[in-house]
Design a protein around this ligand. Structure first.
Ligand SMILES: Nc1ncnc2c1ncn2[C@@H]1O[C@H](COP(=O)(O)OP(=O)(O)O)[C@@H](O)[C@H]1O
Ligand SMILES: [Mg+2]
Length: 234
């Protein structure tokens, strides 16, 4: 589904990515892990088209994405939930969701069914449709951001640290949602996550980054305590 080969990227003259390679298949959750500042978010922004790369190849279902604008990539099936959620605090829940399917890149045809599906996944959103996004709890905002991304109709869903600063009960709900989207809807999911137990729970494979490159990868069963100690622990 997604293939990233030897990505190099610079920010302000510093080399941030030094040859990142990874793959995610349909119906698979790939966890991109690593300490703060190693280049996880930069990798995601390179894939979504929000950041230019210096070299390397990015393809979705065999089609090259390099050089395409973010909305063109969305139209090909990339949904993105940014770090820190990035919902619009002064807009209502309903307006925030609407952005998902009226956005340039949305692939949704049957809006009514798609929106009902979001309410089934996240019932709390339905009960808060008229509320401003900013009054929701962190976990509810995260669910809103995921709902908004799903309303673009993605084949590949990219999530940047969805458990960051969120209470355990909602983390569990988000985990169940990820498993449902993977297993039932056969989405490919690329999950940036520092919470190791969460990756072991929802992930199929892992890619551990350090200083701009993937330094260890494999089946999630191979994410041993040794790997965690060497590459992921602070
Ligand atoms: N807009 C920016 N301007 C300058 N440096 C940046 C910018 N964005 C990221 N960086 C730097 O790039 C490196 C990687 O950042 P990032 O990809 O956000 O890391 P991660 O998501 O793994 O925590 C960090 O050292 C960070 O300081
Ligand atoms: Mg980040």
């Amino acid at each position: 589904m997604l293939k990233v080969e030897s990505l190099h990227a610079d920010i302000g003259g510093s080399r941030i990515l030094r040859g990142v390679s990874l793959e995610v298949g349909p119906g698979e959750v790939a966890c991109l892990m690593g300490r703060n500042g190693v280049g996880k978010t930069t990798t995601l922004k390179s894939i979504t088209g929000l950041r230019d790369v210096r070299s390397g190849r990015i393809s979705l279902e065999g089609k090259a994405l390099n050089g395409l604008a973010p909305d063109a990539r969305a139209r090909l099936g990339i949904g993105y939930v940014p770090q820190g959620r990035d919902i619009f605090p002064h807009m209502t829940v309903e307006e925030n969701l609407r952005i998902g399917y009226v956005a340039n890149g949305s692939r949704i045809k049957d809006v009514k069914t798609a929106v009902e599906r979001i309410y089934t996944l996240f019932p709390v959103l339905k009960s808060m449709l008229a509320r401003k996004g900013g009054v929701l709890s962190g976990g509810q905002q995260q669910q809103l951001a995921i709902g908004r991304a799903l309303l673009t109709g993605p084949k590949l869903l990219i999530l940047d640290e969805p458990t960051e600063g969120i209470q355990p009960s909602i983390i569990e709900e988000i985990g169940e949602t990820i498993k449902f989207l993977r297993t039932t809807e056969k989405l490919a999911i690329l999950l940036v996550e520092q919470y190791v137990d969460f990756c072991r729970d929802v992930g199929d494979r892992y890619f551990a980054m350090d200083r701009g490159a993937v330094v260890s990868s494999g089946s999630i069963r191979d994410l041993t305590d040794e790997v965690v100690k060497t590459h992921l622990q602070v």
